[in-house]
Design a protein around this ligand. Structure first.
Ligand SMILES: Nc1ncnc2c1ncn2[C@@H]1O[C@H](COP(=O)(O)OP(=O)(O)OP(=O)(O)O)[C@@H](O)[C@H]1O
Length: 271
């Protein structure tokens, strides 16, 4: 039997006296698309760091495809939280995407080089970035840079893809394009996707499961099971209203804690 792509069991993560979450059990099967939601500081990025093998758990265990994370033989793709790249950065798109192959063994000599070049070209093609792949990345728009980051995360043929707010600073058209690319990848290659976001609507049609973290509490389930007034009011310990309008989910109430209706995350880091 194929082991789950991600298996988190009895996990607790604490920094000093502060526990971010505890008793966390999460199973993500190959090809599943899981959204991780929650207010600032609820431990979403920390969970990705645990899964990447960069942050040890305080308690519990994590397995990727049945093995502890951080092993060289795991094929993991990662789209880190976006920072707009320095304008003076001379690195080209092809170089940036090629970095996603570091650690892969292509064999020495010309054959290895040729295979590597072909993989990079295929990844650039898949995100429609060939036309600007030779330009210095610092001169590209935020949306173009983000497509390159997606290509970089996919070039190593990942079994698991970790995405940390990959839609930040993108306009709606690019949000859609990037979400579609990630969805297409999990459908074509059965890649499990863990997608950290403040904004579920752009990915709602792709999401199989939601993990919603708030102040140490969490809920896991299908979007309708989690994104409703009863569950979110319980999680936030205050009255929260969830409306479904035109196939979208809108959350109202507890404004200081909720981010779904706040525009800051759309444009705060726009280039
Ligand atoms: N290595 C660390 N040592 C101490 N505290 C940390 C460490 N890493 C993260 N934290 C704290 O843990 C909390 C959760 O951080 P994390 O980045 O995981 O939250 P997040 O849900 O991703 O937030 P955001 O939505 O703002 O990105 C924060 O208060 C952060 O300061």
């Amino acid at each position: 039997m194929t082991p789950p792509a991600i298996e988190v069991t009895g996990a607790r993560l604490a920094f000093g006296p502060r526990t971010l979450w505890s008793g966390l059990d999460l199973v993500v099967e190959p090809g599943e698309f899981v959204a991780v939601l929650g207010p600032n500081g609820s431990g979403k990025t920390s969970l990705l760091r645990v899964l990447l093998g960069l942050q040890p758990l305080t308690e519990g265990s994590v397995r990727l495809a049945g093995r502890p994370p951080g092993r060289a033989n795991h094929r993991v793709g990662y789209i880190p939280q976006q920072r707009v790249l320095d304008e003076g950065l001379a690195l080209r798109g092809t170089d940036l995407v090629g970095l996603g192959l570091d650690g892969h063994r292509w064999g020495p000599g010309l054959l290895g080089m040729a295979r590597r070049r072909r993989r990079v070209a295929e990844a650039l093609d898949a995100v429609g970035a060939q036309s600007y792949a030779k330009a210095p990345v610092g001169t590209l728009s935020g949306g173009e840079q983000q497509r390159l980051r997606v290509a970089q995360s996919l070039v190593g043929d990942p079994e698991v893809l970790f995405c940390d707010e990959p839609l930040l600073s993108l306009d709606i058209a690019h949000q859609r394009a990037v979400s579609e690319l990630i969805d297409a990848r999990r459908r074509s290659a059965n890649t499990a996707v863990l997608f950290v976001t403040h904004e579920i609507n752009p990915i709602l049609s792709y999401v199989d499961k939601v993990l919603y973290l708030v102040n140490g509490a969490f809920r896991i389930g299908a979007p309708d099971e989690v994104m409703n007034s009863t569950v979110l009011s319980e999680l936030y310990a205050t009255r929260v209203e969830v409306f479904r309008v035109g196939g979208q989910i809108h959350v109202a109430g507890a404004q200081s804690a909720l981010c779904e209706d706040e525009p800051h995350h759309v444009d705060e880091r726009a280039s």
